[in-house]
Design a binder for this molecule. Structure first.
Ligand code: GLU
Length: 275
């Protein structure tokens, strides 16, 4: 008798918690949001202006604002969102394993990533650039990379581009996060960080007078919101939310409030790719 009721308790707990791993399956993120009023969203934690964990444990930045707006349109209030740190290398895996419901983390839409996840967006277009020490007058752009020591992040598109196109000229150090790269360039062990201009602008603003963005982009990075592969209803609902964010002024307001202070020239909202 005792054994059976204990089993029943365990069974109820297991169902209620989605078997504990956060990997409950659902047909679409739309259903999960509607039914649970909760979402787990992957964001960066060390990128000022975009995705940054504050000392009190909350998250700020443009990606976080985009995530909150989209969640609200799906029926989830900010109190129903759990933000979870993702780094560049684990974004696809986190989505595939159900550790997060979506990723809003300076996440470029690429064909290779589309093999594993789906994307809504783009909601922002950046470009690969270089961040160097403020007194560096030699590293003027990708044409001056010969013999340089670069830092980027494993699993990122900028690291991939360096390995594919500049392998002969440069030495590449791959870190887990961009903030780890910043310390190495400040300390003089490495010459430059390469990643998206808007990310670099945030670090330059954090270290005014010590670091500067070169300002010659050499790629196009379209930021998408990653979600489970083939969640067509989810993609449509998130694209609808983004369209609303663009048209009601919230997008511009969020960008100004989060990225504006870095001095980054704010672009217009991009065209959504509704495939
Ligand atoms: N947008 C690029 C990427 O998705 C670089 C930024 C990042 O690593 O998050 O890989």
């Amino acid at each position: 008798m005792f054994g059976r009721s204990l089993f029943a308790v365990f069974a109820v707990v297991a169902v209620a918690s989605g078997c504990g791993g956060g990997s409950e399956s659902y047909a679409s993120i739309v259903d999960k949001a509607k039914n649970d009023k909760k979402l787990v969203i992957g964001v960066k934690a060390d990128q000022p202006g975009l995705g940054l964990r504050t000392p009190d444990g909350s998250f700020t930045g443009f990606d976080v604002e985009v995530a909150k707006y989209v969640a609200k349109q799906l029926g989830v209030e900010p109190s129903g969102i759990t933000f979870k740190e993702t780094v560049s290398a684990n974004r696809e895996a986190f989505i595939e394993q159900g550790q997060v419901d979506m990723v809003v983390a300076t996440y470029s839409i690429t064909d290779a990533r589309k093999q594993k996840v789906s994307f809504a967006g783009p909601y922002f277009v950046a470009g690969q650039d270089l961040l160097v020490r403020a007194d560096d007058t030699a590293l003027t752009g990708p044409e001056a990379l010969n013999g340089k020591k670069l830092c980027s992040v494993a699993g990122s598109t900028p690291a991939q581009k360096v390995k594919a196109e500049y392998a002969k000229e440069v030495q590449l150090q791959e870190e887990r996060t961009y903030s780890a790269c910043v310390d190495r360039v400040l300390g003089g062990q490495l010459d430059a960080i390469t990643t998206d201009n808007v990310i670099l602008a945030g670090y330059a603003a954090q270290h005014t007078g010590k670091l500067k963005v070169v300002g010659k982009t050499f790629s196009t990075e379209k930021y998408g919101i990653g979600l489970k592969k083939d969640d067509t209803a989810g993609r449509k609902a998130i694209n609808d939310a983004l369209e609303k964010m663009f048209s009601d002024g919230s997008w511009t307001k969020a960008l100004q409030a989060s990225v504006g202070a870095s001095g980054f020239a704010l672009p217009q909202a991009p065209q959504l790719e509704r495939y």
